[in-house]
Design a protein around this ligand. Structure first.
Ligand code: AMP
Ligand code: GLY
Length: 430
């Protein structure tokens, strides 16, 4: 089979890497892909949002299955267009992608189907939003409705911060159309975890749970990034907790989509807070997480292509159960100094040669080849993945490799997995 992967990050590199392991995969194309993916796939210079050209390419190159990495093309209706042209695509249509592309839609959906989430209200003007904030406890969480590349959420510590943020949204229109409406919701406390499932809209298969590390600095300090590292699985998600997540979140989500007549073939990612009163949904994503995918897919023993085909053909109920490796995987991101703010690119990367450790791989996010030299080309540059029998050994393996990779301004968090390691040390995990 010929596969097309849309996107250009570490997540897409991991998808290509995993799919290449399938005996049935003959060739993998990536659009636009990145320099690191070129070693295992053919990169095609079409942007991820250029839907018409992507569909033309899939059609003229006889692509058997297209997998959409990022949210923007899904929110723009790439799956609708592919289906219209009878091209097979893994990823929801525009209607289903609203779970991610509209926080108002997602919150109202959860309310309607009694899916546990933070209490909330929706506003479309400054006066009422600020008025509401005058009568509530802080901290509170303010989210713009539309896609904002992970930058549309603010935890306001007091009325002053909330008012300033709401002014940026409604008066200065900092988020443009994405900020026409806002959700203001109560602030939840607990462990944050990611649970992804694949679904054909009727049945679903959960992937192993993972935990991202969103803030730039150690100890989860500083501004949010796209994600600085991930671990898989997560000890806090015991079988009992997973059963709760299935019963109260995953099953009602699928049932709700069916009731709304929203077809869905792809990934649903539930960002969850494990609170004292049970798991609650912080957000849905309509795609694989990045960097969670780089830690989750290496743990999957099953053939990913088979699973994806079952999803796309609507026969997931008949597919083989997913088979997972024992142990742990982790992915640590090496970023450019300054990220998530301004950073330099074009820095020469050394140490990428001869990394051939068993159970380890370097996924590329923002790299380029310049005169046959690897150079940096983004904020998140590389993701080093390592697997082992336990989290501690997986981390040790990854950090050994991270040390060998160098470029001017290379930055990584040294504490990926700290929450799970702390709990393991205390010995109070199940
Ligand atoms: P979201 O894009 O909705 O997941 O929000 C981005 C990040 O903000 C999440 O990953 C959480 O770390 C944090 N967050 C979102 N909603 C809440 C909430 N209700 N309570 C506490 N933290 C939240
Ligand atoms: N790692 C968070 C996300 O993919 O949205």
């Amino acid at each position: 089979m010929k596969i097309l992967i849309i996107g250009s990050g570490g997540r897409e590199h991991a998808l290509a890497w995993k799919l290449k392991q399938s005996k049935k995969v003959q060739k993998v194309y990536c659009a636009p892909g990145n320099a690191g993916m070129m070693r295992i796939a053919k990169c095609v210079n079409i942007q991820a949002t250029d839907i018409a050209s992507l569909a033309d390419f899939a059609s003229s190159s006889n692509i058997n299955l297209t997998i959409v990495g990022p949210e923007q093309p899904l929110a723009m209706g790439i799956a609708d267009e592919f289906k219209r042209r009878r091209l097979k695509v893994f990823g929801p249509e525009k209607l289903g992608a609203q779970l991610e592309s509209s926080k108002v839609f997602a919150k109202q959906f959860m309310q309607k189907y009694h899916i546990p989430t933070a209490a909330f209200k929706v506003f479309d003007n400054l006066t009422e939003a600020v008025g509401f904030c005058k009568g509530i406890d802080f901290p509170t969480v303010i989210k713009v409705d539309g896609l904002a590349a992970g930058k549309g959420v603010m935890i306001a510590r007091n009325l002053d911060e909330a008012s300033r943020y709401l002014e940026q949204i409604f008066t200065q229109k900092k988020f443009g159309e994405a900020g026409i409406q806002v959700v203001i919701e109560s602030c939840l406390e607990g462990q944050e975890v990611s649970v992804m499932i694949v679904t054909d809209g009727k049945s679903y298969a959960p992937l192993l749970p993972s935990q991202d590390h969103k803030q730039i600095f150690e100890g989860d300090k500083g501004p949010n990034t796209g994600g600085m590292g991930a671990i898989c699985p997560v000890d806090f998600i015991t079988e009992r907790v997973m059963d709760q997540i299935k019963q109260f979140v995953l099953e009602p989500t699928i049932a709700g989509l069916r009731k709304e007549n929203i077809p869905y073939r792809g990934v649903i990612y539930a960002g969850l807070m494990l609170t004292e009163s049970g798991p609650k949904v912080l957000e849905y994503n309509c795609r694989f997480g990045d960097p969670e995918t780089q830690a989750v897919l290496p743990m999957l023993k099953s053939d990913l292509l088979e699973v994806m085909r079952a999803v796309v053909d609507g026969r997931l109920d008949k597919a083989r159960k997913l088979d997972w490796r024992k142990g742990s995987a982790t992915c640590v991101i090496i970023a450019s100094k300054g990220y998530p703010g301004k950073y330099k690119t074009g820095q020469r990367i050394t140490g990428l040669q001869n990394i051939r450790e068993d159970g380890a791989y370097v996924f590329h996010s923002g790299t380029r080849k310049d005169n046959n030299q690897w150079v940096t080309a983004g904020g998140r540059v590389l993701g080093v993945m390592g697997m082992s029998g336990n989290l501690k050994d997986a981390l040790a393996k990854v950090y050994r490799i991270v040390k060998r990779i160098r470029f001017d301004g290379a930055y990584h968090r040294r504490d990926i997995g700290f929450r799970v390691l702390d709990t393991q040390k205390k010995g109070n995990h199940a």
